[in-house]
Design a protein around this ligand. Structure first.
Ligand SMILES: Cc1cc2nc3c(=O)[nH]c(=O)nc-3n(C[C@H](O)[C@H](O)[C@H](O)COP(=O)(O)OP(=O)(O)OC[C@H]3O[C@@H](n4cnc5c(N)ncnc54)[C@H](O)[C@@H]3O)c2cc1C
Length: 509
């Protein structure tokens, strides 16, 4: 949007790193208030408002119940004060202003929540999102604006001019193995937990901590709002978050050393989360057998002293003496603002060598992301669902899934089923995901592997009882046909996908 010629290389799939492994909240981070990080909270709640406008299909209001017990560290009065501050920092433009629930109201709102010694609970509002799709839609939008996007393409080495400044990169297609050189006047290193690997140098910029979530059937922890809990053993904040037919619970926060690609939940992580869930939802008595899936992500935190949870989430932009720009830290919620700042830095560098070039302002705060184009002003989901059902023969649960997944682009997916009824086949019997989504992912959403489709385009990996393994053949066959894979590639795809599921289940052993 700013008159730059841009290329993006992503070593794996878009959002395959931390950005599909977050708590999936677009939030101000109430707990940062306690740490006095007001500017961070203000920035985040302002961005929450922007994202609700530019991606209303992906950033949706969610109620948060904050139970206060006799044993709680903060009383109802203090928590309520914090809520006023939180609403105030958003200039009272929160999705809804908070209110205090009495014990009786809590029992009605969250009947599964333990109400022994419960004193009250504010109900406040933040937003839920699909982190992977929010990231993807930004990439798709950039592509529409002319950016060249190459997934499964890794930067394997910088090229430098005689003065030692970075002047390009060698990139490798991780699927075909083909390498090529790319020239660039400016390079931005935005590689999350891989920041230090890409940057090199003796002093790490990051301290990475691991955060794990577990997914259970919603009927086992039937929350209507996100419930904010404090872990009984160490007092850390956890959430139990409703997710259609599932509930997910997270997160842990432990230091991590090792290859970011290997991060996975272990048995201690799962036990830690189950312990907390069983205190707050005593009737559930969850066991490891209830855990349908897990995900683990690494927080790319700026290195700082102190315990894991007191490390600041704010971001940093560094320009090395070789001209490499690095951006690290931050939150998904503030991605747009971080992007703007880092592109400002790139533009400043470019101006040194091309003062006459015209660099425009970006209007990312106003431009709807692809799925939001045509979304009703009043957020009337029912009308979107109706349009989707008019476009193609899909039942209500599938239309709802399409609306929430693709926004208005769901109409296109449904229409593809009308044009080719074969695409209406369910990927997993009894679930709403359809074969048409595989075609759409390959044709319009940069999907190149079975993992891309199973994990981040459809979320079967997280939501299905068997993590989507039952749909493997169907998806692999379809992708082989669409992408022209030979038998060897098809087999390799299936094995890589099964290995990823196995990694997420390794904690069971
Ligand atoms: C458990 C957890 C919960 C969180 N919850 C929230 C939340 O609810 N709300 C919120 O706002 N934030 C949350 N965050 C923070 C947020 O998710 C992260 O700050 C954000 O996703 C980081 O994005 P990133 O682009 O920096 O890193 P990533 O998403 O990891 O992206 C880096 C990418 O770089 C690629 N890469 C690496 N090396 C190379 C190379 N050599 N060449 C090309 N590509 C390369 C990787 O493949 C990767 O996809 C959470 C984080 C964690 C871990």
């Amino acid at each position: 949007m700013r008159g730059l010629k841009v290329g993006l290389v992503e070593a794996s799939d878009i959002a395959s790193g931390t950005s599909s492994r977050s708590s999936k909240l677009v939030h101000g981070g109430l707990r940062y208030l306690e740490q006095g990080e007001f500017s961070l909270v203000f920035e985040a709640v302002s961005e929450r408002r922007v994202l609700m406008d530019i991606a209303p299909h992906l950033v949706t209001p969610l109620g948060f119940v904050f139970p206060v017990y006799k044993r709680s560290r903060r009383g109802v009065f203090t928590v309520n004060l914090g809520m006023w501050l939180y609403d105030g920092l958003s200039l009272f433009r929160s999705p809804k202003i908070h209110r205090n629930l009495s014990r009786k109201e809590i029992a009605k709102e969250e009947p599964a929540l333990d109400n022994t010694d419960l004193k009250g609970a504010p109900l406040y509002y933040d937003c839920a999102t699909d982190d992977a799709r929010l990231t993807l839609e930004n990439a798709l939008d950039a592509q529409k604006e002319g950016a060249e996007i190459h997934t499964w393409t890794k930067m394997v080495g910088f090229r430098r001019d005689p003065a030692g400044r970075v002047s390009g990169a060698r990139v490798r297609d991780m699927i075909t193995g083909i390498e090529r050189d790319v020239d660039a006047r400016v390079i931005i290193n935005a590689t999350g937990p891989w920041t230090d690997t890409v940057r090199g140098g003796p002093k790490p910029l990051l301290r990475t901590t691991k955060g794990v979530h577990i997914v259970v059937d919603h009927s086992r922890v039937p929350v209507n709002n996100a419930v904010v809990c404090f872990h009984p053993s160490d007092g850390r904040v956890l959430f139990a978050i409703p997710w259609a037919d599932r509930t997910y619970i997270g997160t842990t926060d432990t230091d991590y050393v090792g290859d970011p690609a290997d991060v996975a939940a272990d048995a201690d992580d799962v036990r830690y989360l189950l312990d907390a869930a069983n205190v707050y939802f005593p009737a559930a008595q969850l066991t490891t057998a209830d855990v349908l899936s897990t995900w683990a992500g690494l927080r790319p935190l700026i290195n700082a002293e102190g315990s894991e949870s007191s490390v600041s989430r704010e971001h940093e932009i560094l320009v090395g003496s070789d001209g490499l720009i690095t951006i690290a830290g931050g939150k998904l919620t503030t991605y747009r603002k971080m992007s703007k700042e880092v592109v400002d830095r790139a533009v400043a560098l470019l101006r040194l060598t091309a003062p006459a070039q015209d660099f425009r302002e970006a209007h990312t705060a106003r431009k709807p992301l692809p799925g939001a184009v045509g979304w009703p002003q009043d957020d009337n989901l029912a009308s979107v669902i109706r349009q989707i059902q008019e476009a193609g023969p899909v039942d209500e649960p599938t239309a709802q899934l399409f609306a929430r997944t693709y926004g208005m682009r769901g109409v296109e997916v449904a229409a593809s089923i009308r044009a080719n009824p074969e695409l209406g086949a369910a990927l997993v019997e009894g679930r709403p995901e359809r074969l048409a989504q595989v075609d759409f992912a390959v044709a319009h959403e940069l999907a190149r592997t079975v993992r891309d489709v199973m994990i981040r385009r459809t979320q079967l990996y997280f939501r299905d009882h068997d993590q989507g393994l039952g749909a493997t053949e169907r998806v692999a066959d379809r992708m082989a046909m669409l992408c022209g894979w030979d038998e060897a590639r098809r087999t390799a795809e299936v094995l890589a996908w099964q290995a990823e599921v196995a990694q997420s289940r390794a904690w069971k052993e």
